[in-house]
Design a protein around this ligand. Sequence first.
Ligand code: ADP
Ligand code: MG
Length: 246
Amino acid sequence: MNLCSEVKQLAKSLSLSCLSQNTEQALSLNLNRTNEDFLLEILKSEISFREEKSRERRFKQAFLPVVKTLDEFDLTAPLGIDKRQIDTLAKLTWIDSVHNLIFLGPPGIGKTHLALALANHALNAGYKAFFTSMDRLAHFMRTAEISKNSRVRLAYLRTCNLVVIDELGYLPLSRIDANAFFQLISQLHDSASVIITSNKGFDEWPAVFGDAAIVTAMLDRLMQRCEIVSLSGKSYRISHRSTVFG
Ligand code: ADP
Ligand code: MG
């Protein structure tokens, strides 16, 4: 076996994926380098390769329906959130201190955009995040006993630093779904930051959950470390709609 194949095989058995996939290039790297530089280069490439793979995996498992960024978020119209607050959220220290965010407001105002952009930002910074609509989450919880996919998603969600629950309140929840959701929020209380977006004010949540006591208990947990952002103004979706006739 020649040197290159031997290095490739050894790299493979040590799970050094970057080196095993790029052995030829790696070996040609040391032409004008000291051994120290060469070794450093190999180790650095392995680390950045692993980080990139892990980032790709985290993005795949996060299920963001579309990529949105904080930079794209237009703050020219008054909205109920300003640049300073966005910059503070972008530091992501609220995830380290397990704070929750609740974005309230009418449709089209940017609640989902902000939640997606923060999840995107957190994923890029190395956090584990999961995005789901309330509807889809209820489906996962309802079918966990019979569906492996639902069990896997819920198990992953429980390992995340950030869980985004979008569109709470669009559809009312059954008693069973409401209970399961309350249990989940209680379980996530100390382990994950939760972002909830809703078009319903808190006073309307009892109707969504069909039970005022559950809402009180749930908000009690969520509010312990929480920032509530009430967005208001004109729907961005409508004011920036594209038209056929121009
Ligand atoms: P909501 O969740 O409040 O109903 P979305 O976040 O889905 O609203 O916003 C609707 C559309 O308008 C999305 O495509 C979103 O990217 C865009 N949008 C909303 N607000 C803004 C904003 N302030 N700046 C840039 N795009 C925005
Ligand atoms: Mg939305």
